[in-house]
Design a protein around this ligand. Structure first.
Ligand SMILES: [Zn+2]
Length: 425
């Protein structure tokens, strides 16, 4: 499985200039390629092949006086920018023809220097290197200082350098990892994702989003208001924009950390995990949008999914049309829809249900039925973010591999682990 490992990097001012130049060149090549394809299309010419395009916007362009400066950056960075454009086109075509499922993909759009996220990618061809002193050597950029918050489990196949809206720099490594199945366990769990609780488990555990996230959201709102009062184009406004971006980044980081802890604990404690497949994009267009985005369910479900694949657990999404909150988990009677305000209800069979726990139990039952039909664990092909504190190696640091919240540690620690979940919640 391919996993992504992200680390903060601290370029010097000279390196920041070199990175800005590389971001700019990658952007120009990408935009030139997009323009060339658009022109060809308008002129009724055939679609420019990947090879032809690369020759035009890189090799030939470098020989012209207007684009001679493309030679100042690593050729791999430029090739990767064209590769990004090709991928964007392929996704768009696949989506338009119905071959690609899910949300429809828009045609590629021009990149701007004002985009929140600037990025360049180096592959192994570029001969980027992690030096013995822990620095990351990038061709034509220099040796970057990296904060290695954990160790890489293997040599990376590529690295993307990113500058985010808050002005921070990151190195995102793609690493091919081997699966590490955990010792099997009998426990299985159904998870109901909801608005009153972040998640409710079929064993009755209710997970509330922690206070620090809600506090951070309040602070963010204040910063946003301060920003709206600043005059357009003023220096104070620019400062306020950066403040808001930093606060956003902090909230996102904290939420991700929290979700990693929760998903790791759930995967470790259960042999099979069943989750209701929420129509998050649909919900996000409704009045519940803020709460939905805040909850970050899809990110959480993705974590469960790849961790399940990695640690030898079963993961199944339950179709979103199963009436999990209407069905009595004791007798199977479908009792009709219930407004969100109804928190508990009594079935004619005599069982009194907590709405969410009942739903989670139904998710568990539906998941078991489904995994009997087809063995579930679906693996996403794209590289996914690796959990923080993942065990691994870094060429420089000779520490022993630490476990993810104990995930690589053998069985017999269930009590402590359950306590950990409770604390994580
Ligand atoms: Zn009943």
């Amino acid at each position: 499985m391919q996993l992504r490992y992200n680390f903060r990097v601290y370029p010097t001012s000279g390196q920041r200039e070199a990175l800005a130049r590389a971001f700019g060149c990658a952007r120009v090549v990408f935009n030139d390629g997009l323009r060339a394809r658009q022109h060809a299309r308008e002129a009724g010419q055939p679609y420019l092949s990947d090879g032809e395009l690369s020759k035009r916007v890189i090799t030939q362009a470098k020989r012209t006086p207007e684009r001679a400066w493309l030679g100042e950056v690593s050729a791999v960075v430029l090739q990767q920018a064209v590769a990004d454009l090709n991928t964007a086109y392929r996704n768009f075509f696949a989506s338009a023809s119905g071959k690609r499922k899910g949300r429809s993909v828009a045609p590629p759009r021009f990149r701007s220097r004002k985009d929140n996220r600037q990025a360049i990618r180096f592959t192994a061809n570029a001969r980027f290197k992690i030096l013995d002193n822990g620095r990351l050597r990038l061709p034509k950029i220099g040796d970057l200082a990296v904060r290695w918050s954990r160790r890489l489990p293997a040599a990376p196949t590529s690295v993307t350098v990113i500058r985010d809206a808050a002005g921070r720099y990151f190195a995102s490594f793609v690493v091919q990892t081997t699966n590490e199945p955990l010792p099997p366990t009998d426990a299985e769990v159904g998870i109901d994702l909801g608005l009153t609780h972040f998640a409710v488990l079929s064993d009755g555990t209710k997970v509330v989003a922690p206070k620090f996230l809600r506090r951070a959201a309040r602070k963010l709102r204040k910063l946003q208001q301060a920003l709206s009062r600043k005059q357009r184009g003023s220096a104070n406004r620019t400062k306020a924009v950066i403040k808001v971006a930093r606060a956003h980044a902090r909230v996102a980081d904290t939420r991700r950390d929290w979700q990693h802890k929760l998903s790791t604990a759930i995967i470790r404690d259960n042999q099979a995990v069943y989750v209701e497949d929420l129509c998050v994009t649909g919900l996000a267009r409704t009045r519940l949008a803020k709460a939905v985005h805040d909850a970050g369910w899809s990110q959480f479900v993705q974590m469960l999914e790849y961790k399940a694949a990695r640690y030898g657990r079963t993961f199944v999404r339950i179709g979103r049309f199963a009436p999990t909150s209407q069905t009595c988990s004791a007798c199977g009677r479908i009792d009709g829809p219930k407004p969100l305000s109804v928190r508990s209800w009594a079935c004619p069979c005599g069982t009194v249900h907590d709405r969410d726990v009942n739903a989670a139990i139904n998710v568990l039952a539906a998941g078991r039925a489904e995994s009997l039909n087809a063995c579930g664990a679906q693996v996403r092909p794209a590289p996914l973010p690796a959990p923080r504190r993942e065990a691994g190696i870094h060429p420089n640091v000779a520490r022993t591999a630490r476990s993810v919240q104990g995930i690589s540690i053998a069985v017999g620690r269930r009590e402590r682990q359950s306590a950990e979940i409770r604390r994580a919640l």
